[in-house]
Write a protein that binds this ligand. Structure first.
Ligand code: ADP
Ligand code: MG
Length: 505
């Protein structure tokens, strides 16, 4: 997942540093869900108050026990659902978080509740809660839909130093980043850098991973967090590698390279996104290398992203590659189904539109490559539902996202079809292209041709060639015969349908 060049003490998620100024926020609204029959016998108001006090103390002690980073990452969105007899219900906004908290903190929660109130026998952890509850938590989905303007305060992008850097996108907060197994390490590293820039072992921070997995989001989040820090202002410069190059070239042209260098070297944190862009740009790489060294030597933080790990970035100068791998290297893995569901849940909650879980599951199943596309699909569904005032259903989803879904349909190859059909009908694979015409061989061959026509975008002559150089009229005939049989023979129809489903899944 990531390399730890330093000692294990530099591991990020194990910080137990409470940070000041974090007590406010969701902690103030501890009683959010419905309070069922209270444990206390007194009047309802009194028992509510007691319950809130218990819950507030449980939270506080939990935070103290697990530490600030862990608490913020997993536990802050948790709210009190209610109490029923000897059972306390706690709510988390997504299934992913619920499972995580159940798996990691259930015993601790039980213990803490019992210390507050000995009558509590069980703590039940469930999915639930409201947008307000999640506000300020890890899962608060700040990412506004394109058509929904963000509140004015958020909108104001943080201005970078001089005009050298790019502005930070106010939607890319830590709080709107959904954490799951594939990205928890990168997330923890980013948080750590935002909390304590230039810590040994974390400089430079090198984030890498495929397109749309959250690299840029995390870099902006670091910048936003740092720019809000109280006390001495931290100068943060974020830019794409491309922009770095253009600025550098422009500086050479206008004979102001000294100024360019000085500006760059005066920042506290330099973030360069998509470094792979510098491959093959030797002069720019050289300049970046010197800037990099000057900043690190001066105790400044560097954060870099790329699509590959330092060692896989071939074409990068060796000495730069070596230095890039010297700090913390963290990768963002491809998303899992669970993470995609959590991201969709968070974004749907934010969109304020009820999206059936069937639809979320369908999307998470179909759109697996990158979060940007997942997000875009959901936004489109929501916009469509708003526009026409219709609820989102599985059917409407398939209609609205027709083009996207089509592009994501798994590509089935003719070879795969031949192999599966041969297996299923118990014939040799070689018979798919042999000249044998016995029914036992010819029929499955026709089925394979039919499925090739149905499931791939190959033309009839192309399909014919793959089946022992047969003529396209033979394929046409096969398609016709199979289509007719499907109409008349229920058994046969079922077999073909089964094949199709197997191939499509
Ligand atoms: P990258 O830079 O790795 O290509 P981005 O950071 O630009 O990817 O992410 C693409 C989009 O997906 C952004 O809108 C981002 O907010 C969103 N996104 C990616 N990962 C997550 C996540 N874990 N939680 C919430 N949003 C995410
Ligand atoms: Mg990016």
């Amino acid at each position: 997942m990531a390399s730890y060049p330093g000692t294990s003490e530099t591991g990020p998620a194990f910080e137990r540093q409470p940070s000041p100024g974090d007590g406010a926020g969701p902690d103030s609204q501890v009683l959010d869900g419905q309070v069922l029959d209270g444990l206390a016998d007194g009047d309802a108001a009194g028992s509510d108050a007691r319950l809130s006090a218990h819950w507030a103390r449980v939270r506080e002690r939990l935070q103290g026990d697990v530490g600030e980073v862990e608490f913020r990452m997993w536990l802050r969105p948790m709210t009190l659902g209610g109490v029923d007899g000897d059972e306390v219900t706690l709510l988390l906004p997504t299934r992913f978080l619920r499972d995580w908290v159940r798996g990691h903190y259930a015993d601790k929660l039980n213990e803490l509740w019992q210390q507050e109130d000995a009558r509590v026998r069980r703590v039940d952890i469930r999915v639930g809660g409201t947008v307000a509850v999640a506000a300020g938590s890890v899962l608060a989905p700040v990412a506004a839909l394109p058509q929904a303007p963000a509140p004015a305060a958020r909108q104001a992008a943080v201005e970078p130093r001089a005009d050298m850097a790019a502005p930070l996108d106010p939607r890319f907060e830590f709080d709107s980043f959904v954490v799951g197994k594939p990205n928890e390490f990168a997330y923890a590293c980013a948080r750590r850098v935002a909390e304590r820039p230039s810590s040994p072992g974390f400089n430079p921070l090198f984030l890498y991973g495929g397109v749309g997995l959250g690299k840029t989001h995390l870099m902006h989040a670091i910048g936003l967090e740092l720019s809000r820090k109280e006390g001495k202002p931290v100068q943060v410069a974020y830019m794409s590698a491309e922009k770095f190059m253009y600025r550098f070239i422009a500086a050479i042209r206008s004979q102001s390279t000294m100024e360019f260098k000085e500006q760059l070297r005066s920042v506290d944190v330099l973030m360069v996104d998509d470094l792979q862009f510098l491959i093959g740009k030797d002069n720019t790489q050289e300049e970046f290398f010197h800037t990099f060294n000057a900043l690190v030597d001066a105790g400044k933080q560097i954060v870099v992203s790329a699509d590959k790990s330092p060692s896989d970035l071939s074409g990068l100068e060796d000495r730069l590659r070596t230095r890039l791998g010297c700090g913390m290297v963290a990768d963002l893995h491809a998303t899992t189904f669970e993470l995609r569901i959590s991201i969709l849940e968070a974004k749907a909650l934010r969109g304020g539109v009820a999206v059936p879980s069937k639809v979320l599951e369908f999307l998470a199943h179909k759109i697996t490559s990158n979060v940007r596309e997942l997000e875009g699909s959901l936004n489109r569904l929501i916009a469509h539902a708003n526009l026409f005032g219709r609820p989102i259903t599985l059917e409407s989803t398939q209609e609205v996202l027709h083009d996207i879904l089509k592009a994501h349909d798994r590509r089935v190859t003719i070879e795969e079809i031949q192999k599966r059909v041969a297996e299923h009908w118990n014939i040799r694979l070689s018979d798919m292209s042999s000249a044998r015409r016995a029914r036992a061989v010819a029929r499955p061959r026709q089925v394979a041709m039919y499925l090739a026509k149905q499931l791939t975008s190959r033309s009839l002559p192309e399909i014919g060639r793959k089946f022992g150089n047969r003529d396209h009229t033979t394929v046409m005939h096969a398609v016709k015969v199979v289509a007719e049989l499907i109409e008349t023979d229920a058994d046969f129809s079922e077999r073909v349908e089964l094949m199709r489903r197997m191939l499509e899944s």
